[in-house]
Design a protein around this ligand. Sequence first.
Ligand code: AMP
Length: 294
Amino acid sequence: MFIFKTIAELKNHLNSIHTNNKTVGFVPTMGALHQGHAFLVKQAKQNSDTVVSSIFVNPTQFNDPKDLEKYPRTLQKDCTLLESVGCDIVFVPEVNEIYSEKELELKNQNIEDDSWSEGKNIDFGILDKVMEGAHRPGHFNGVAQIVSKLFKIVEPNKAFFGQKDFQQLAIIKSMVQQMDFKIEIISCSTIREKDGLAMSSRNIRLTKEERRIAPLIYKTLSSVKEMAKNNSPSELIKFAKTQLEKENQMQLEYFDIVDTLTLQPLTSFNNKQNAVACVALKLGNVRLIDNILL
Ligand code: AMP
């Protein structure tokens, strides 16, 4: 497995792959990898000739500086895992390899200026006004900024993203369309621990007691799915909130039931729309998200 730190080295290596018409599958990550990421790489391996993964904790998508600071970094272990599942190339750039001083300065000053970075100021319409977008101002602009930069560097044929970040997938698909990238976006199912907790890099920050409580998130989502046959979205939301708020270490940010395409809240179920229940909460100091298709 090749590990590159600079854009020049990576591009140089990818040149011959692109010119030989080999397909490139790309799995962008922020590291602290687990079996969810491994699954994405395996999917990429099955669907492309060469698999590139990136490990980059992207500063521009964090709205809370403490969250960025505490984000786990386990590079050596990550590379071992990536190699074990057949990843061919890992890109691990430093921040200044990706962002200019000006870009970082503007991010720190929170200046919205559409002239300085492609992908940063795409209009996602209603997609980023709800859920994560509403609770993490600027988050999806930062995501679009880094993913568009990485897409331009790697030039993959296919890119693989987890359904765990349901709204992120919708945002990426919209970005690909708006920026006219010729990249197929492939969504991969959420990988869970045996007790149902969605795997997340943040799980290692949970205390023993918090980890014990955490499976309640998926348990509640599963009950909501079961109950969706006979209950309205508002009844389901009320039920879920009551369940989750029973644990006083859990601080619910939102529990929404939305249309899978528009991400707009549903007031009733009908046969023409697919629904997804999405939740975000803080368990102690750790922010967790999950979702289930209804
Ligand atoms: P992250 O490193 O958390 O930014 O995630 C990198 C990619 O892995 C994203 O496409 C995530 O949606 C995906 N991912 C994270 N957790 C899981 C999981 N438990 N199952 C499947 N994919 C995941």
